[in-house]
Design a protein. Structure first.
Length: 290
């Protein structure tokens, strides 16, 4: 009883109180005592949907206690940019936190397409979509890159549904062969997106190359992780800037309350960025944030 009561109190404080100072220390001091013994737990988030996660994954554990992802600045921007009736693609969906968030933002008249290649993670994603009775979400068990075929994806533990599974880097000791496709080849089968989130552990430019025709012709807002730690050298980042400029995209840094046009990707502090074409009909959505 004491454990359950303290669990509820700590989670309430972490989720509801706006002051962040001291929260991580509080969790550190109490975590071992109040974390449920069964690691597979379903819980409500702060955004009117629930998730089932594996608390042995430290990122899922944070979701459980805080009720939200640690990318809080990105989340506040999503709520301002994504509109009812939009189509959102979630490339690298993991267990579905952002998939479910997008589903609530676009409403019943919108659509979310979620791509997740790792089999056990895909099963978690599917379960979380079904748990919330989302009828506006389609889940696809594929990786998105620059070619069609089969490819190894690497991770540490298959049962953790890790966000760090990578097609590019050997992470941990486990891997599986997954189906790989491109945006250009699947576009005819899916609704054209207004917004795309790309979080693929270093494989982001392969995603853009596989959608070269699409990105030349269409203008979705994109949120992408561009500064992967393994590739964050100046030459690599300069090539990223040139490739995105060729597609017509400008890069915007994510600040606490705003977006700022990025002049030098190598000097930017954060890893995630919004990409927007100034001549697109979506540019007006970010104007209030500039």
């Amino acid at each position: 009883m004491l454990k359950q009561t303290l669990n509820r109190l700590v989670r309430f404080y972490l989720r509801r109180f706006p002051i962040t100072e001291g929260k991580s220390q509080l969790l550190k001091l109490t975590k071992n005592f109040i974390t449920p013994e069964d690691p597979f737990v379903a819980f409500d988030t702060k955004y009117n949907f629930s998730l089932k996660a594996n608390l042995r994954d430290h990122k899922h554990l944070r979701l459980y206690f805080y009720g939200t992802h640690d990318e809080r600045y990105e989340i506040t921007k999503y709520s301002k940019i994504i509109r009812k009736g939009d189509v959102c693609w979630d490339i690298g969906a993991n267990i579905g936190f952002y998939t479910c968030l997008f589903a609530t933002l676009v409403g019943e008249n919108g659509n979310v397409i979620a791509f997740e290649p790792v089999s056990t993670t895909f099963n978690c994603l599917t379960e979380n979509v079904q748990r919330n009775n989302f009828t506006n979400v389609k889940v696809i068990n594929k990786a998105i890159g620059d070619k069609k075929g089969k490819q190894h994806i690497y991770y540490s533990h298959s049962d953790l549904a890790e966000e760090t599974a990578s097609l590019k880097y050997i992470i941990g000791k486990e891997s599986e062969i997954v189906e790989l496709d491109t945006i250009d080849s699947i576009l005819a089968e899916l609704p054209v997106p207004d917004f795309i989130k790309i979080d693929v552990e270093g494989y982001q430019m392969e995603v853009f190359r596989g959608g070269h025709i699409f990105f030349k012709e269409h203008h979705p807002i994109v949120m992408a992780e561009l500064k992967d730690s393994a590739d964050a050298n100046k030459d690599c980042l300069r090539n990223v800037e040139m490739d995105l400029a060729d597609l017509g995209y400008d890069i915007y840094e994510i600040r606490k309350y705003s977006l700022k046009k990025c002049q030098n990707l190598a000097k930017a502090r954060r890893r995630n960025f919004f990409l927007v074409k100034e001549d697109s009909p979506y540019f007006s959505r970010i104007l209030p944030l500039l």
